[in-house]
Structure formats: structure tokens, C-alpha cells
Design a protein around this ligand. Structure first.
Ligand code: HQG
Length: 207
């Protein structure tokens, strides 16, 4: 498996705890458990001795056993709390299997069908990346896809993870006309392979 750090070809992942090799997040709280699960299920399943099955799914029992064997506290109740917590639904549970809905750096085929996007989508970022973004378009970086938001407000939140947020408007209608495919994760996040700069406009309204 490729290491997350080797895959960090774009700037910006340095401030996201989930995406670091060390220190590993502490699963003692619900937020900590969610970060731990993101780390394992998106980036480094080998950290707890598991591999992702087809579609990125793993048996909950294997996740729990692997976490325990590697000295992490994770139980069914905490996973339930993560799954029912308000906000972004990062995980899906089906027939005793769990997966991250999006955000992977491990190569997985989520099995999503291409869908027609809304006319406009949004991407939250920060000013220091703009020269590069307008030179090469939006790239997925260490992840399998570029992540786009359905609303401006969500994009503001995404950008604010890294500093003062800048929102880019993505002309998804024109991209689709030009043959680009879009996918929607179960939690509503939009995914695409690459957004060429010609489809991007910086939104000038303040967040
Ligand atoms: C930037 C979170 C320079 C891009 C969020 C971003 C999201 C470029 C960073 C999900 C670039 C990548 C994903 C280029 C893109 N040159 N910088 N050509 N192209 N970038 O974390 O979209 O809470 O991989 O703007 O809510 O920030 O974890 O992507 O700043 O849905 O569930 O490179 O992660 O979800 O960073 O975030 P990321 P993202 P969770």
C-alpha cells in the first residue's frame, strides 16, 4: 500500500490530523474515534493489520479486533456514536461491514455510478494554493478524487480547515458537457477526477 506521506504531492495535508502517519489519533472520544476510523478506513488499514475489501468495505468485527490488537480502544458503542453523530456522515454501515464514504488515499473503487451534477459546485481552499490551482486545475492530491461541495457554505467550512477560506465556483454543467464524470458519495460529497482551471472561478464574496 502506498504511504499517505509519500502521496502528499499537494500542499495542504499537513494540518489534517487524520492524514498523518503519526501520532495516531486517540479513539477515546467520539471525535477521536472518527479521526481514527478515517485514518484506518481511508488511508492506512495496515495500521491495524486489516486490508480494505471490495468497495472499501471491512467487517466491523475485523476493525474492532485490529484496533484492539494494536492497542486502540474502539468498541461497537463508540462506532454507533460516530455513525449517529450530527454533521457529515463519513461512514456507511451495511450487513456488518463498514466503509468511509469518501476521502480515500488508498486506491478503492467505491462502485459509484456517474451522475449528472448540479450546474454549479463549489470547492473550498485557501489563498496560498490559488496560483497552483489556476495553473494546473484542481488535482486530487493524495486522495482518489477531487472533493467538491454542493453548497458554498460547506465549501467555506472545508477551506477553513486550512486558513482563511477561499471558495472556487466549479462550472459543473460545462464540465459534464465536456465529458467529465461526477460521482456523489453517500454523504452528498461530489467527486471528480480533476477540474481543469478553465471551469474554475474564484468567488469574491466574503464568507
Ligand atoms: C488543494 C474533508 C495546489 C485543495 C473535507 C485542498 C472534504 C491544490 C488540498 C474532504 C491543487 C487537498 C477533502 C493544485 C487542489 N495546487 N493545491 N493544483 N488542487 N489543491 O484534504 O478538498 O472532514 O485532499 O484545494 O470536508 O480540502 O475529512 O482535499 O486544499 O470533503 O470528512 O489541495 O476532506 O472531509 O486537500 O478535502 P484534501 P479537500 P472530512
Amino acid at each position: 500500500m502506498r504511504s499517505v506521506e509519500e502521496d502528499n504531492t499537494l500542499p495542504g495535508n499537513e494540518d489534517q490530523g487524520e492524514n498523518q502517519e503519526a501520532p495516531q489519533p486517540n479513539p477515546a472520544s467520539v471525535t477521536g474515534a472518527s479521526k481514527f476510523m478515517a485514518y484506518v478506513l481511508r488511508h492506512n488499514p495496515a495500521a491495524v493489520g486489516i486490508t480494505l475489501g471490495a468497495g472499501g468495505w471491512v467487517p466491523v468485527a475485523d476493525l474492532l479486533a485490529g484496533a484492539r490488537q494494536h492497542g486502540h480502544t474502539l468498541d461497537h458503542e463508540t462506532i454507533d456514536q460516530v455513525l449517529t453523530a450530527p454533521g457529515k456522515q463519513r461512514y456507511e454501515l451495511r450487513d456488518g461491514l463498514i466503509r468511509a464514504s469518501q476521502g480515500h488515499s488508498v486506491q478503492v473503487d467505491l462502485g459509484l455510478d456517474p451522475v449528472a451534477p448540479p450546474p454549479a459546485l463549489y470547492h473550498g481552499t485557501v489563498g496560498r494554493f490559488l496560483d497552483s490551482i489556476f495553473a494546473t486545475g484542481l488535482k486530487p492530491g493524495s486522495r482518489t478524487h477531487v472533493h467538491l461541495s454542493a453548497t458554498r457554505e460547506t465549501a467555506v467550512t472545508v477551506g477553513a480547515r486550512r486558513g482563511f477560506p477561499v471558495v472556487l465556483l466549479v462550472d459543473a454543467a460545462e464540465m459534464a458537457n465536456a465529458g467529465h464524470q461526477f460521482f456523489q458519495a453517500a454523504n452528498g460529497v461530489w467527486l471528480t477526477a480533476h477540474v481543469p482551471a478553465e471551469f474554475l472561478t474564484r468567488e469574491l464574496r466574503l464568507p
